[in-house]
Design a binder for this molecule. Structure first.
Ligand SMILES: *Cc1c(COP(=O)(O)O)cnc(C)c1O
Length: 222
């Protein structure tokens, strides 16, 4: 079947080796998600558990990894662990312990990232760098977790250069934490960069970029 060219094809062609493009499909229909996967998308990101669960049945035949990139409420932890390959938005030790316990019950090790709020914006989720540092040794010991790294959401900026220091400080945070050699704490994955700022994030060492509008075009809602 012939399909029209999709932005994802060019994005994937330009992607540096070792970087994963997470196509953020919030607000996008299952049909359009399928077209992006046909065009090469391997990883899909959703920010709401409920919305993701409503689309997954129609896409079950696809070989993709699902990433939860939005806030995770306590009452949705079980469903999230069942459905998602990666959870990028861990933001407390209690929550991490709950995820670990559910994952163990399900016989899985849940890949997670700690969301670090490097901008200090109070509207963003995540732990402050100081708080994240304090909980990392305990997080590394949780048996149901496969702690892979850190995630951040930079503030919206007209000039992406203004957020470069935040991406850099996230990378330095991860490197310093890994240097501590706390058991289970090897923070290799840096999930940073969205449609407006991913080029700067890549220059600062992102290993996962989360692109919504660049892949699917402007969103009408969400
Ligand atoms: C929506 C969203 C994205 C993608 O944003 P775009 O600007 O559309 O690329 C990335 N990360 C998170 C956490 C999001 O909620």
């Amino acid at each position: 079947m012939l399909t029209s060219e999709q932005p994802i094809q060019r994005l994937l062609a330009d992607l540096p080796t070792g970087v994963t493009l997470v196509a953020v499909s919030k607000g996008v229909s299952a049909e359009r998600i399928r077209a992006a996967v046909t065009a090469g998308a391997t990883d899909l990101g959703e920010n709401r558990v409920q919305e993701a669960l409503s689309k997954m049945p129609a896409l079950q035949d696809l070989n993709v990894r699902w990433h939860l990139i939005g806030r995770l409420q306590g009452n949705k932890i079980r469903r999230a662990v069942e459905a998602f390959d990666w959870i990028h938005s861990v933001e407390s030790l209690d929550q991490a312990a709950d995820i670990s316990r559910v994952a163990e019950e399900l016989g899985k090790r849940q890949k997670v990232l700690i969301q670090v709020n490097v901008s200090g914006e109070t509207t963003k989720g995540g732990l402050s760098p100081e708080a994240a540092w304090a909980v990392l040794p305990a997080l590394g010991r949780l048996p149901g977790l496969d702690l892979r790294g850190v995630m951040t959401i930079a503030p919206q900026a007209d000039d992406p250069e203004t957020v470069r220091p935040m991406f850099r400080s996230l990378r330095e945070f991860a490197e310093k934490a890994t240097d501590q050699r706390w058991p289970g704490v090897v923070l290799k994955t840096l999930s940073m960069g969205m449609s407006g700022d991913y080029q700067v994030a890549l220059a600062e060492g992102a290993t996962m970029i989360r692109l919504g509008r660049a892949v699917f075009g402007p969103r009408t809602q969400t």
